[in-house]
Each structure stands twice: as structure tokens, then as C-alpha cells.
Design a protein around this ligand. Sequence first.
Ligand code: GAL
Length: 437
Amino acid sequence: MGNERWTRRQFVGRAGKTAGGVVLGLGLADLLAACGTTTTSSSAGTGNLEIFSWWTAGGEADGLKEMFGIYSKKYPNVKIINAAVAGGAGTNAKAVLKTRMEGGKPPDSFQVHAGQELISTWVKADKMEPVTSVWNDQGWDKTIPSDLKNIVSSNGQVWSVPVNVHRGNALWYNKKLLDQNKITPPKTMDDFLSALGALKSKVQAPLALGSQGNWQVQMLLENNILAAGGPDFYKKVFSGQASFTDANVKQALTWIKSMLNYVNSDHPTLGWDDADKRLIAGTSVFNIMGDWAKGYFTANSWVANTDFGAAPSPGTSGNYVIVCDTFGLPKGAPDRDNAIAWLKVCGSEEGQAAFNPKKGSIPARTDVPASIFDPIAQQFIAEFKTDALVPSSAHGSATPDAFASAVNDEMGQFVINKNVDKTSSNLQQLSDEFLKA
Ligand code: GAL
């Protein structure tokens, strides 16, 4: 039942055994044991609940609010403190969280990506409590796929609760502008670059980019590596088993260089949502972004497949870059019982049915009816069942935070120097430093 949709697929990533013994690919086996106290049933009801995230933009903030609404109905006397720190992909939030965690002032629960960001940062540092007993009490084995459970598990414990699955490799377009210019949604990189060329004289900047924090450029890199090398190469290069000086990576960088001919020049000062605003304004036609962009579009009353459309990012059909948001329980959470009650909302059918349509993601649970989602989400739900799944590096699952943030800096340099050979060799140095330990 619940786990069926995962059985035929491989979630390819860093080779390693997970708690469940399945070869999954996130290198969890070599992570340190982290034994916290065992969670028990909660008695939430009074006091505060402080939830830390970076969900402040249109769509994502609305999804969060839905879950707060459900929580407040159940626990009307708990005061919810929304401690969200603005900045896409958590560029600012992660620094604030680190200071708080190191200073012994954790929030009650915080947003964290499944995989390396959770396990090799917080679990390894012994900062989390396991949520295994909550998981078991709620019977989530029946409704959350085992592969998803495995990437939030290590050493026989579950460490966080997946609330969604985002798709990182998506191309968004202003449908009316595309139709007007008689351009069909591009599938290959060649189609994409020729569409950009055809649109250059028609709109201000055919490809919208908001590169504040540079993680958006890392997304272009990972999507293009997937397009050039396929999922097996992707898996190898992001686990230190293939070189960033490989021709596939150079091809990926060369494609980014070509794309940069068509982007808005103010991109370093814009966030991802500012870039998507350009599609709505009609000053750009395309944006390559995770499907939180869909949450933003629909929050701005844009209708899926009428005002905007989506396709896998060029050259990546048949592949799904996974970005999985979860919530965990930090050790020393000031309102621990309220936090456990929050995790139950995050993992519930009700919570995920309310959250995901607004957030733009598909649910982590398999029992949320697809019919409540827009047609693009329905398409993604279907493709998720059959596509090759690969974890995102830019969004914390495939690689440790230190690597992802160094790659952000490197890609920030690349948009300026556009030097393919130098960048690929610098990326390889980062791989040697962070992925081979
Ligand atoms: C990702 C996160 C998404 C969305 C996005 C933009 O890291 O997983 O939920 O928030 O950043 O901020």
C-alpha cells in the first residue's frame, strides 16, 4: 500500500546503507551514532510553540499558515511563534539556527532537509532527539514511503518528519507568452537555448534569474549535470566518486554560460520569488526553479496550465531531483510536548493535505488524494512514481552543508568569470575536501 510507489525506483545518491539496510545512497552508514532520549507521548496544551523555518515568500508562508491553523484548532491555548527568517533555501536562516543551537537556545522545532543536512549536521553533533516513538505511535510506516523514512534515519532511529517532496528540476514558463510566440515547451537543452534566442528581442530577459545567495546557480549546475550525465553520473559526482573535471560537468557549466546570455542583469540582487515575479510581469518567459515557484504563482492567482506551465528542466525528463523538507525535535526544545504535537500535525494526512497544495510540493504521505492538487502537481505525483530519483545537493540532501555552501560561493564566482575549466577544477577541490572524508 503506502510503500508501493517506491518499490520500483532507486533513490540514487551517495552509496551507503541506511538504518533500514536499504542501499539508498546518502552515506548514512558512516555517520556517528547519536543517541538522544526517547520521545514519549505528549501532553501539549499550554505555553508556546516556536517554529523555525525560512518560509516567508508567497506560497510557502501560506502553506505554513495552514499547518499553524490546524495546530491552533487542536491546541487553542498554545501561542504559536513563527520564527521564520527570510532568505531562499535558508541562506540566512541556517546561520541564525546554528548560532541558536550552539548557544543552547533551540526553537521547539525547525525546518531541515532530509539527508545530509539533517544527519551529518544536527544528528552527528548530537543536537537532536529521535522521533522514532512518535513515528511508530502514528503508524507512519504505513503511509510514508520507506525510502523517505530511511533518509531521515540513522543508527536505528528516525530523526525528523518529512512534510513534503519538492521537485528541484523544473522549468516554469509564462504560458501565454510562449503560445503567443509559437514556442513549444522545450525538452532538450538545444530546444531551450534556441527558444531563448528566439525570445531575446521579444522580452526584456527571456530567462528570469534571482541569484541572491547563489544557490539558484547551484541548482542550474545540478540540473545540468543531470541533463549531461544522467542519474548514475549525478550520483557519482555528488558522492565524490566521479570528478567535477569530467566532460559532463564542463558541458553543464557551458550550458549555464549560454543561459547567462539571456538573464536579467540585476539577478544578484533578486531572490527566487523576485525572478518568478518577472514571469508574472511578462518581462521574462522562463525560470528554472523548484516547485515552490508553483506555490508562489498560485498565491499570486496565477492558474496552472493556463497562466503558467511546467516541464522538467531541459534534458532531465525521466528524472526527479528530490528536495524534502522535514521538521525535527532539537534537544532542549523549550516546549517539548507542544513540539511533539507539532510533529504529529506535520506527519498527518490533514496537515499534508492543507500544506502541500499551497506550498507547491507533493505530499510525503502516499494517502493524500491527488485530486486535491493542481494539474501540474498531479503530473509530478505521477512522474515521481516512475522517474529516477536523485537527491539535491543545493538543498541539503545529497551533500553536507559545508560542501553545498562552498559550491554556492564558487558558482557565484562562475557567473562573473564564466571560466568553465577553472570552475570545474575548483569544484573538484571542494569535492576532495568535503566529499571524500
Ligand atoms: C528550499 C526548501 C523549500 C523552499 C526553497 C526556497 O531549500 O526546501 O521548501 O523553501 O528552499 O526558499
